[in-house]
Ligand binder design. Sequence first.
Ligand code: ZN
Length: 160
Amino acid sequence: MKISQNKVATINYILTDNDGTVIDQSTDSNFAYLHNGHNIIPGLEAALLDKEAGDQLTVTVEPAQAYGEKDLAAIQQIPRKMFPADADIQPGMQFQGESPEGQMTVVTVTAIDGDTVVVDGNHPLAGLTLNFEVTVVDVREASVEELEHGHVHGQGGHVH
Ligand code: ZN
């Protein structure tokens, strides 16, 4: 069976950046996604179309087809006093915030400079070219319930 619309594919993958650093991996046949369900980044999904169990592929995904380019406007300097006084603010900490358009966003503290805290609202992988080594483990039909929910249930998916 080939991967196409409304199929559930189980894949193993190793994700590296252009320096060869491993960013993420799943190699125990425990990751499954619903094709065309917006469960994975568009560039990887497109490369997996028509693949079947046993296929191995190397996929390079540019930022535009992954997590987007880094938006410099999303990097902000915020006065330390805007944070709770008793919070020990450290680089790497994440906070929920609200964008000027009113959307909920997650920002990551990237630096602390005196009374100024620098936060970055970009996705941590924004601006990166992503390199995937993928093996297709299994392809099956999605259930009606999975199609209604837009994600995979059971092994490799949601439990609820
Ligand atoms: Zn569900």
